[in-house]
Design a protein around this ligand. Sequence first.
Ligand SMILES: *[C@@H]1O[C@H](CO)[C@@H](O)[C@H](O)[C@H]1NC(C)=O
Ligand SMILES: *[C@@H]1O[C@H](CO)[C@@H](O)[C@H](O)[C@H]1NC(C)=O
Length: 442
Amino acid sequence: MARVLLLCCVSVAAAVPLSKQKTFGHSIKNGVLPANTEVTTFEHSCSAPPCVVTHVNVPSIYPKGGDVWNWTQGVVSFYVDGEKEPSISLTLLELAGEGHWNEAGTNEQSGDHMADGSPWGTGLMGRTAKSGAVYSTLRVPFGSSLRTAIRAPPSSTQDSVFWFVLRGLEGHVVRLGDLELPSAARLRLYRLPPTTLPQFQLIDLAKAPSGTSGALVRVHLDAKSDSFGFLEACMRFYPDGAKEPMFLSSGAEDYFLSASYFDEGMFKTSQAGLTYFNRSTNTIAAYKIHIEDPILYTDGMRIQFRNCEQTAGCGDESHCPNQFCTATQKALQVQQAVEQPSVKGANIAEYSTLVLAYEWPKAAATGERGDALSNLQRLVSEADLSQDLEDAATDLVLDGDAGAIALLSLPHHELAGPLAARVARQLRRYVAGVQGATLTQI
Ligand SMILES: *[C@@H]1O[C@H](CO)[C@@H](O)[C@H](O)[C@H]1NC(C)=O
Ligand SMILES: *[C@@H]1O[C@H](CO)[C@@H](O)[C@H](O)[C@H]1NC(C)=O
């Protein structure tokens, strides 16, 4: 029993140092927000990295002096680790996961008449009042310091009044669904401003240079066109310098987990949603969440979308596939007849997009191995490890074995005396288990 307990606590303590987790946060009521001015809403120094913002909500920004009530265009910014320019700056609508077509409510509107179908919300984000009530639990990691700020909508000429709430945890791992991200992971925002695209034009929504590892979190598309033909487009993904795309979807509404040009209208789930839909103007705003549906890259990436689509064969940059092909079939591929959507009008589209991803230097993953190796060397001297055990553990760490790295990820200075002896004992058991060997062999 005691043995099981120790194993549990050594590995859990290594991954999630519960004793170091600590809630931080702040709330502001009736905050004064002068026009064209950024007001700091919170600052925090991280004493047990990584620190993670876990919750933000903005009840509203109320105008004064006859200004229009455009809380939707208020901006929240996150300055991470001493940044001069914020790496994350989102309008309140974007924080909620909505497109820029949506508008603030008026006193005449009740929830049932809001153009975004609000109130709505998921575990990650939402908007629950016509006056705002925007919230987000999107994790914003930082390592040394954080400053958050709020800015009134550009239409404000007088002081506005704002409400703001933020919370987070110190000493917390950054999780993305099943994944535990390296402590160097930071939230990154790619923004495509409104861009006009002729029919069949390809467009990069995000591009991370080689040397960057990451995981997608949220992808947003605001689009309008003279027909819904643009919804034929398939989402393309080029991880790690790939020349040929991996197809993430079989169409635009398919990527956003709907079908047949969104024939059920607006919906919002934890996986995807349509937050604005106007059939008569062919205008949409949609989001896709990649938390339970991870999309990873280790050495840069590109996400590419298109206005309309051409479909044929095995698929390549210019064609969405209509079949699965083996590598041989792909090499021999002869382009078949190209299927095109029935064209009504010129099919000019306007897209604006946001891609949120966690990213870290490619070297960070190997950095964890470096820490584990240096801890292993300390164990060798502190706990008198056998040469065979040292060799076996070194090989496991170099192979990136998560269990061995977790056992060796205690703070270096703590690996002494009785704790070093206990970690050494657990390492011996673990290595023996992996090797299927008996304890006496190492
Ligand atoms: C402010 O609100 C008005 C009326 O709702 C709208 O017409 C205008 O476009 C908004 N301005 C901005 C900058 O969002
Ligand atoms: C769609 O847009 C048209 C034109 O702007 C507008 O008259 C109509 O009310 C909109 N419909 C919905 C459902 O928002």
